[in-house]
Design a protein around this ligand. Structure first.
Ligand code: FAD
Ligand code: SF4
Ligand code: SF4
Ligand code: SF4
Length: 375
């Protein structure tokens, strides 16, 4: 039977762990904890009952199963680079307070408020912030949902809050908002029949090209003479934008690339392909969001919100730009995965570059990212 040690060596110490929080919440004796930003079992064998539930909870060990889950939950049609979906629109909130606090079109926050106030959801796992450090929590009120509006960069174990939602708060109609990795993980837990996951009913995914280690990003900002406490907003588009004390400072996007964790370098999911509804700024303009509605459940709730007038929608279909971003992410991740595999086999940078037909500089850059994140 696989053990915690197997999970540690195969996923956590290899740098593949996305810190989704699933193994933390799944351990029945609460022995897997987050230590220095990674899951760890601090107490040794004496306290661990050897049930292997933590190992079984890790979706990173079961890539092929994710495809089957997609077939069962979303559908089996012809797949595009953004995944399977029912419809795609541009949308934005009609609520001025949300518009003021949200990241893009405010679709995510508006959807959560609609779900809470119409009684189809009794709580949601979201990401707020302590300063700018991203922090996962369970939101059960309008105020708590509003607190989570806006994007925070940094790795966050969103699913680690599931036990609190189910056990401490007794919630039965739970939603989860998260990056594509969080959504893959919670889909997997539900598929495996983890009792805590049965209360999760709707999953809202965010588009994601990559994430950044919070401490690394903080150092970058500080090097410009700005403290995170002065920062009002962060954005990563063609440049890394830092809004502080009423000014906007644009840093080259290449600077923040050094903060991308290893697991993001090999992640292929841009558009949260297993979410009921996915949203992002890509392909939208003028404070709108691109929204991709995937499942029957997703369509039911999104149409309900649309009819209530809480959002305005336009256009049918998504901009080609979204497909390009999704394809680029997937191809780059595949190539990076190949580089890592060849390096593990002992090939040097020159040999890898010859084998894959890419420049040595690129090989070197990707390997540097991997070393930084596993050291
Ligand atoms: C790490 C990261 C990278 C992203 N990269 C892209 C990208 O490359 N292209 C693109 O089009 N969009 C990207 N997005 C999505 C984008 O930033 C917005 O979240 C999305 O457009 C929804 O906007 P909104 O106004 O509807 O959300 P809002 O109404 O502002 O709601 C934001 C929601 O996001 C959740 N959230 C915030 N930070 C995190 C986090 N770190 N992890 C999980 N959940 C979080 C909150 O719980 C909140 O409910 C990224 C988001 C994140 C978190
Ligand atoms: S008790 Fe079970 S789930 Fe917890 S660490 Fe040990 S093997 Fe993993
Ligand atoms: S379940 Fe999530 S947090 Fe735990 S090892 Fe796997 S990827 Fe990491
Ligand atoms: S790039 Fe992938 S692994 Fe990294 S935060 Fe985004 S979805 Fe998660």
């Amino acid at each position: 039977m696989p053990s915690y040690e197997d999970l540690e060596s195969r996923i956590i110490d290899s740098g593949e762990c996305t810190v989704c929080g699933a193994c933390v919440v799944a351990c029945p004796t609460a022995h897997v904890k987050l230590i220095d930003g990674r899951p760890r079992r601090p107490k040794r064998a004496m306290d661990c009952v050897g049930c292997s539930i933590c190992y079984e909870a890790c979706y990173m060990l079961r890539h092929s199963l994710i495809k089957d889950i997609e077939g069962a939950v979303i559908g089996r049609g012809k797949k595009e680079s953004v995944g399977l979906y029912m419809r795609a629109v541009l949308a934005r909130t009609t609520d001025d307070v949300v518009a003021d606090r949200c990241q893009d079109g405010g679709v995510v926050t508006t959807l959560l408020l609609y779900a809470l106030e119409s009684g189809i959801m009794d709580g949601v796992l979201v990401v707020g912030r302590d300063g700018w450090t991203p922090t996962a929590y369970v939101a059960r009120t309008r105020e708590e949902i509003m607190e989570a509006a806006g994007t925070k960069y940094g790795v966050v174990p969103v699913l680690s809050k599931l036990r609190e939602a189910v056990v401490d708060h007794g919630l039965t109609k739970i939603w989860v908002v998260g990056s594509p990795c969080h959504i893959q993980s919670i889909r997997y837990l539900k598929h495996k029949g983890l009792p805590l996951a049965t209360s999760v009913q709707v999953m809202v995914g965010l588009f994601c090209r990559e994430n950044y280690e919070y401490n690394c990003m903080e150092e970058l900002v500080r090097a410009q003479g700005v403290e995170m406490s002065q920062v009002d907003r962060l954005e990563v588009y063609d440049e890394f934008r830092v809004y502080a004390d009423g000014n906007r400072m644009d840093l080259p996007v290449t600077d923040i690339k050094d903060c991308v964790p290893r697991h993001c370098l090999v992640c292929r999911d841009f558009a949260a392909e297993l979410a009921d509804i996915a949203a992002g700024s890509g392909g939208s303009y003028g404070g709108r969001s691109t929204v991709i509605v995937r499942s029957v459940k997703g369509e039911e709730v999104f149409a309900g919100m649309e009819q209530s007038g809480l959002i305005s929608t336009e256009s049918d279909g998504y901009a080609p730009e979204i497909s390009e971003i999704a394809e680029r992410k997937s191809e780059k991740a595949k190539q990076t995965g190949d580089i890592f595999r060849l390096a593990e086999k002992g090939l040097n940078e020159k040999e890898i570059s010859d084998r894959l037909g890419i420049t040595e500089r690129r090989v070197s850059h990707r390997l540097r990212g991997a070393r930084r994140n596993t050291s």
